[in-house]
Design a protein around this ligand. Structure first.
Ligand code: HEC
Length: 163
């Protein structure tokens, strides 16, 4: 009986406890916006790459979700120039270490949440992205499209004949 109660409590706590998504929103979105800027003026306001762009680049670079997860945890706690994958490091400079703002355990949850976005956007990529039109690897995440709805912006633009 006690065991059942304990299990119920744990389940209830994990349902109401801070999820990876909430932690991400609390700790990361002050710098990493969740929307891609829609104008040059908005682009000017960026202080860090939007998270969709970060995920897109990490997915291009690494082969497995575990590698991406390890990278997110490592670079967020101990950023160095030679670890940085995103080109935007040239524009924004290195991310300040978030050691004092986030614990390793919270970061694990955040990384798990971010990995799920990549997996989700792959699974929901309408029509699939062969990578032919956009030049990316086949089946890439299109995370920059916030969940892949409507497909990959690069492919769509190229299919419509836009540069
Ligand atoms: C004070 C602003 C700021 C906060 C807060 C912040 N970041 Fe960053 N982050 C940056 C900047 C600037 C970059 C660009 C440098 C780079 O690409 O390495 C970056 C880049 C990254 C990258 C890409 C690193 C790479 O390989 O190039 C990851 C992953 C990342 N941040 C994760 C996080 C997570 C997770 C959080 C929340 C716990 C977070 N960031 C909070 C500023 C921030």
């Amino acid at each position: 009986m006690i065991r059942v109660l304990l299990l119920t409590c744990l389940t209830v706590f994990s349902l109401f406890g801070a999820t990876g998504r909430e932690l991400f929103e609390q700790k990361c979105t002050s710098c990493h916006f969740t929307q891609v800027p829609s104008s040059a003026a908005e682009r000017q306001k960026l202080v860090a790459p939007p998270i969709g762009n970060v995920l897109f680049h990490l997915d291009q670079e690494f082969k497995t979700p575990q590698e991406i997860k390890d990278h997110i945890v490592d670079i967020t706690l101990n950023p160095t120039m030679d670890k940085a994958i995103c080109n935007s490091v040239k524009r924004f400079g290195l991310m300040p270490s978030q050691k004092d703002a986030v614990t390793q355990e919270e970061l694990n949850q955040i990384a798990e949440f971010l990995i799920n976005i990549i997996v989700y956007s792959k699974n929901t990529h309408r029509g699939g992205c062969s990578g032919k039109a956009c030049g990316s690897k086949a089946g890439h995440a299109c995370a920059s499209q916030q969940g892949g709805k409507g497909g990959c912006a690069n492919c769509q633009a190229k299919e419509k004949g836009q540069p």
